[in-house]
Write a protein that binds this ligand. Structure first.
Ligand code: PLP
Length: 370
């Protein structure tokens, strides 16, 4: 597509069939496990039109070539597999707990070693990345909302030949493009904002480096963690409205963050969009918006936090984020969540409902919890 189009136009128009008479307007999933011999497709584990359309759109948004996977975690596993046996990974202290658990499992098996760092502490990341094979960054982090200085840490990683990976799930390709900030690979749990309707599990990687793309694609075909055609198509359909959904959800998040800051039961609001947030300045430099996720703490009262989560009517008490419906949960209810995440921390994944309704429901649940 024309290089000067706004990303909000790219999400609508990229990855569509050629405009010839009788062509469908949008790509369709192809339900075939194999293809007639003689072409370049070969077999259903190697390619599908719905994957290609989604990959083209994500590639265009992130500035590279895309690869979709069966889940965000399948994407993570394929990328981590690039680390040589005995290699070293620098990873965040706080990040999606499934990623941290996977790295821990690989360390326990003796496959690699992992150094955990606070991604917001740039000096610590730069120091740790010396002699690392991979630098794994999440920014903003799940659920602590820490913000890494991506250009600085990516430059440090590249200088030491580490593969720099950024999990861009929270920001989405519309708010942050890590490849343009110096990362080698960007990954997404497309389950979240990209698909956007809490009805599909899917992952994606994008890189502008052909060798890395080939290495990741080889892992997808050999490990077999491929997306179903229907799932890829659902994610593409969801992606078409990402700009609109995100605009509303982000405005809702900013509104709620301000309100929560004033609430007497809320001891801390973590949201990079708040000028008082420690990640605000950095996020303002490298992101074009602050996203639709925030976390709050309730003065150390984990039981009250649990009651808030169980006490809403509109907000869905469920894990996950990035759907049109607002969700909340106390992250430490999961045993694998890092112990440095406060017990009373509630992650608020803000959806696209009317902000007044969201606030009224949350305020009521907070009042009833104490
Ligand atoms: N990365 C982040 C930041 C996530 O929040 C998640 C899931 O919550 C994942 C990766 C894993 O993605 P999936 O659940 O699609 O496997």
């Amino acid at each position: 597509m024309a290089p000067d189009l706004d990303p909000s136009t790219v999400v609508v128009h990229s990855g569509r069939p050629e405009r010839v008479p009788n062509a469908p307007v949008g790509e369709s999933p192809v339900f075939s496990s194999t293809y007639v011999a003689g072409g370049d497709r070969g077999y259903g584990r190697f390619g599908n039109d719905a994957w290609s359309a989604l990959e083209q759109t994500l590639g265009e948004l992130e500035g590279g070539r895309g690869l979709t996977f069966a889940s965000g975690m399948a994407t993570v596993a394929a990328i981590v597999d690039l680390v040589p046996v005995g290699g070293r990974v620098v990873a965040p202290q706080h990040a999606y707990s499934g990623v941290l658990a996977l790295l821990d499992q690989q360390m326990e098996q003796g496959r690699l070693t992992v150094d955990r760092v606070n991604v917001a502490d740039t000096d610590a990341v730069v120091q740790a990345v010396e002699a690392a094979d991979m630098l794994w960054i999440e920014s903003p982090t799940n659920p602590a909302l820490e913000v890494a200085d991506i250009p600085t840490v990516a430059a440090a990683g590249r200088a030491t030949d580490a593969i720099v990976v950024v999990d861009n799930t929270f920001a989405t390709p519309l708010l942050q493009q890590p490849l343009s900030l110096g990362a080698d690979i960007v990954m997404h749990s497309a389950t979240k904002f990209i698909a956007g309707h809490s009805d599909v599990i899917l992952g994606a990687a994008v890189t502008a480096n052909d060798d890395l793309w080939n290495a990741i694609e080889l892992r997808r075909r050999s490990l077999g963690a491929i997306p179903g055609p229907m799932e890829a198509w659902l994610a593409l359909r969801g992606l078409r409205t990402l700009a609109l959904r995100l605009e509303r959800a982000q405005a809702n998040a900013a509104f709620l963050a301000e309100r929560l800051l004033e609430h007497p039961r809320v001891s801390r609001v973590r949201y990079p969009g708040l000028p008082s947030d420690s990640g605000h300045e950095r996020a303002a430099k490298q992101m074009s918006g602050f996203g639709a996720i925030l976390s709050i703490e309730l003065g150390g009262d984990a039981e009250a936090a649990q009651r808030v989560c169980e006490g809403t009517e509109l907000w869905v008490h469920a894990t996950s984020l990035g759907g049109v419906e607002s969700m909340l949960e106390r992250r430490r209810r999961w045993p694998i969540e890092p112990p440095t995440i406060p017990q009373d921390l509630i992650r608020l994944a803000v959806g696209i409902e009317h902000p007044d309704d969201l606030w009224a429901d949350l305020e009521r649940a907070l009042a009833n919890a104490f």
